[in-house]
Design a binder for this molecule. Sequence first.
Ligand code: NAD
Length: 286
Amino acid sequence: MAAMIDGKALAERVTREAAMRAAALASERGIVPGLAVILIGDDPASRIYVDRKLSQAGKAGVRSFEHRLPADTPEAALLRLIAACNADPAIHGILVQLPLPPQIDSARVLDAIDPAKDVDGFHPVNVGRLSTGTGGLVPCTPLGCMRLLETVIEDFRGLKAVVIGKSNIVGKPVALLLLERECTVTVTHILTRGLPAIARTADILVAAAGSPGLVEGSWIKPGAVVIDVGINRVTGVDGRARIVGDVAREGVDHAAAITPVPGGVGPMTIACLLTNTVRAAERHGA
Ligand code: NAD
């Protein structure tokens, strides 16, 4: 039977660690970590993500600054808000919830965030730092994947890792983090040929395709560790909506360990966002 990697419990621990660091920062330097969360429009999924982030912030000792703007907000107004957050010493992290409405150029917005406050790790400076292994702020979901893997893998060196998905948000950064730990990494995507056979070579399999149940049990090598990043809303036979991952749940018993969906990567993403905010505050003026 594959062990379940409990992302919820780990996220609670990581959030407690962040809270301890935030408390030390407040008592030693009088700094309270501040996170600006900017949501444009009323996309229901984005609203849920933002509400979750805001509800967890207090638990990590992070003060949140909430900005909810209408869907027709012009790009110039968003850039002005980001400039104000960049200049505000009470704010150490800035999160702009994606996706943005069509009149706004996401790349221009991400470029406008001070890299030192870019707690999502999407600014080109932080992407460059990750790819050269020179520090910087690392995207939260990939960071969460690594923390989950660390609960079951002691030594990553030489392990074969296969990442399904090559997005800037998950696939590419998780591949870079695995490479940094000296795994042998294969990154795959929708046009990869022979994906099941490639997946079967993996000691570590990270599924981040956004395709419900894509990875079947027969794709998983016995003893592999599987991280299921997918969050897919599907309608069950009973007509009710539920959330499933990218990995089918039958026939996966031969894996060594697997993350559940929900309760795996999702909670860790938020915990890592708060950790990044505390880290950005620790570096503030350092
Ligand atoms: P994306 O759409 O930007 O990228 C998906 C990637 O998967 C692409 O590179 C695409 O080529 C590849 N892909 C799609 N279908 C495939 C298939 N059938 N075979 C092989 N490759 C395929 O998505 P994303 O933003 O990287 O997110 C991926 C999934 O992870 C989504 O379900 C998303 O909801 C989820 N996600 C979860 C968290 C979290 O906190 N748990 C965070 C971010 C994203």
